[in-house]
Design a protein around this ligand. Structure first.
Ligand code: ATP
Length: 193
C-alpha cells in the first residue's frame, strides 16, 4: 500500500496536531537524538493495530498519550490518522484513537471497526504493524538473526497472504461451532424418536 499522509495528535511527543506528507519511494526520518523519529514509526505501527505496549516502549497502552512536561499538562487522548491508497488503488483512511483509561477505538473510511478488521485491511495490503517495510532501530539485526519460520512470516506478509491465515483460523472456528451445533441437533432428534 502507499501511505500518503500521517496525522498525529497527542501521540507521545507530538502534543500539537502534526501532519506529514509521505512521497512515493523510500522514506527516511532523520533528526537529532530524542526529536521523535522512533515515535513517528511507532505511530504508523500503532494505527495499523499494534497491540503490544512493550513494543511501543511503554508499560501500558495509555503511555502513548502525551504525558506532559514541566510546562505542559498531559493530554487525555491520542489520535493517529493514516491516509493512503490500497494496492488496488482504493482510498483508505484509518483512524485509531485512545482515551486515558478507556482503550482504543478504530475507524476505517469513517466506519467504526474492530482491531482485527484493521489488521486484516493492512495484511491484505501486504503491510502491517510488523511489516519489514517499517525499518526501526535494531530491525535489520533482527531480520538477519530471524529463524526460518520468522523469515517465512515476513515473506508471507510481503506477499499479502498473511490475512489468509487469519481468515482460515476464523473459518475453522466457525466450522467447529457448526459441527458442535449439528451434533447437538442429532442428539435432540434422537431424543424425539
Ligand atoms: P534517538 O535518535 O535517540 O533514538 P528519536 O528521535 O528516535 O531518538 P524518540 O525515541 O522517538 O526519539 O522520542 C523520544 C522522546 O519522546 C523523548 O523526549 C520522550 O520523552 C518523548 N516521549 C515519549 N513518550 C512520550 C509521552 N507519552 N509523552 C511525552 N513525551 C513522550
Amino acid at each position: 500500500m502507499q501511505i500518503r499522509r500521517l496525522k498525529l495528535c497527542g501521540f507521545k511527543s507530538f502534543v500539537e496536531p502534526a501532519e506529514l506528507h509521505i512521497e512515493p519511494g523510500l522514506t527516511g526520518v532523520v533528526g537529532p537524538n530524542g526529536c521523535g523519529k522512533s515515535n513517528l514509526l511507532e505511530a504508523i505501527r500503532w494505527v495499523m493495530g499494534e497491540s503490544s505496549a512493550k513494543s511501543m516502549r511503554g508499560g501500558g497502552m495509555d503511555d502513548v498519550i502525551f504525558a506532559g512536561t514541566g510546562t505542559r499538562p498531559p493530554r487525555d487522548f491520542a489520535e493517529v490518522v493514516l491516509q493512503g491508497a490500497s494496492t488496488g488503488g482504493e482510498e483508505l483512511e484509518v483512524v485509531r484513537r485512545i482515551e486515558r483509561g478507556a482503550g482504543s477505538a478504530y475507524r476505517v473510511n469513517g466506519r467504526d471497526v474492530r482491531a482485527k478488521d484493521v489488521a486484516l485491511v493492512f495484511a491484505d495490503a501486504a503491510t502491517g504493524a510488523h511489516s519489514p517495510a517499517l525499518v526501526s532501530q535494531g530491525r535489520i539485526a533482527a531480520v538477519i538473526a530471524a529463524r526460518p519460520a520468522e523469515r517465512r512470516q515476513m515473506l508471507e506478509e510481503a506477499a499479502g497472504i498473511a490475512g489468509l491465515h487469519v481468515r482460515r483460523k476464523d473459518a475453522e472456528q466457525k466450522l467447529r461451532a457448526t459441527e458442535a451445533n449439528l451434533a447437538r441437533l442429532d442428539d435432540m432428534l434422537a431424543g424425539l424418536d
